[in-house]
Ligand binder design. Structure first.
Ligand code: EPS
Length: 382
């Protein structure tokens, strides 16, 4: 199966990821990976670090003549800001960050050693991994987008979502609008209000969270499985997205709303047309039923809490002197919800690629495509 690990500190030499189990024969264009890395760096409300870095990947293994050969892919992203050994110690724990629990866990009174690895900088490596997964998924016409649904109290107008299945044209329209927007938001009026809210939070020395939505199209039914709890794709996606720094909630399809409506309203009726095959009349399930894809778009939302580093810091304790202090102030972002959406795209891409490898065999792309086509034919003749 596909798996990966990352290494690296926020101000160390760089970030490293190793992907194991990637099929052979896939053309990997680093331009595509770098494009994803750049998307992660963007967004209104980002801090000073993003002006310093120019994230780009170097692939050190697993490729020959720009094609995968079946061995592990080793990805390296260099940090420009790499002064880790010269940074001062920190003892004033920031509420909401890993600082206090990390210092206690690793028995280390210098929070610097905690935050260097706990920093969301590590997500650059996850995005590079997700970009490789995305290149694999493109071979099967699977496509993925994210857009920002809310920042603070400002909600974009996404009414109608879930009522009907997204037509491909609508998918690409959402993507075009999101890519054009500073906040990855498809609603320009609400985007303007979101920017105002971010400006106000910055003036107040405060931070803001929000919600980003990921949509995946082009999926066949039957990825993932209900036969064992830990192989359910909904659970795998939720875990991967919940593991993004600052994410406190993951919702699939109509999610929490489903708890308050009747079954007759909640479930997506099943239809059949010779040309289309089986499909659903709506998509409250967010493309997942019984822990498997059901052939509709996957729709998933991540709720990001406000960034924990505040310019006007909260009350805390100095972990060495035990005195009441104001928390450490570090360079940080006012709002990183657009980046969180891009990271969620990467997390989702990886989990879906893993499920594809699981279903269609992962040694070579040729084998996967043959098995995929066989499955498509099997469903056509069902
Ligand atoms: C980030 C890099 C970090 C932060 C931010 C995200 O760099 P630095 O600490 O040098 O400014 O800007 O991390 C956090 C907000 C956090 O809480 O960890 C990045 O590359 O995304």
């Amino acid at each position: 199966m596909l798996r990966y690990m990352t290494a690296g500190e926020s101000h160390g030499e760089g970030l490293v990821a190793i992907i194991d189990g990637f099929p052979s024969g896939v053309a990997i264009d680093t331009v595509k990976i770098n494009r994803e890395l750049k998307r992660r760096m963007l967004g209104y409300g980002r801090g000073g670090r993003m002006k310093i870095e120019d994230d780009a990947v170097n692939i050190m293994s697993g490729l020959r003549k720009k094609r995968t050969i079946g061995g592990p892919l080793a990805l390296v992203i260099k940090n420009r800001d790499s002064k880790i050994d010269f940074l001062p110690s920190i003892t004033k724990a920031r509420p909401g960050h890993a600082d206090l629990a990390g210092a206690l866990k690793f028995n280390d009174p210098d929070i610097r050693n905690v935050l260097e690895r706990a920093s969301a900088r590590e997500t650059a490596a996850r995005v590079a991994v997700g970009a490789c997964a995305r290149i694999l998924l493109a071979e099967f016409d699977v496509d993925i987008l994210s857009h920002v649904v809310s920042i603070g109290t400002v909600m974009a107008d996404t009414s109608g979502r879930g009522k009907a299945c997204l037509a491909p044209t609508e998918f690409y329209k959402i993507r075009t609008l999101a890519e054009r927007s500073d906040l990855r938001c498809v609603d320009p009026k609400k985007e303007a209000l979101m920017k105002k809210e971010i400006d106000k939070a910055a003036r107040d020395g405060d931070t803001l969270g929000g919600i980003a939505e990921v949509i995946v199209r082009g999926l066949k039914p039957g990825l993932g499985t209900y036969v064992q709890w830990d192989r359910r794709l909904d659970g795998r996606l939720a875990r991967a997205c919940m593991a993004i720094p600052a994410v406190k909630g993951v919702e699939i399809g109509a999610g929490f709303k489903l708890a308050g409506i009747r079954g007759s309203e909640a479930h997506d009726d099943i239809r059949y047309e010779k040309k289309k095959g089986f499909y659903h009349g709506s998509n409250n399930a967010g493309g997942l039923e019984g822990g498997m894809t059901n052939g509709e778009n996957i729709i998933l939302r991540v709720a990001m809490k406000p960034i924990a580093t505040l310019a006007k810091p909260l009350q805390s304790v100095d972990i060495v002197t035990k005195k009441t202090v104001r928390a450490q102030v570090e360079r940080s972002d006012t709002c990183a919800v657009p980046a969180c959406g891009v990271i969620a795209e990467a997390a989702v891409s990886f989990e879906i690629a893993d499920a594809m490898v699981e279903k269609f065999g992962g040694d070579s792309l040729t084998e996967m495509l043959r098995n995929y086509q066989g499955y498509v034919n099997q469903m056509r003749d069902f």
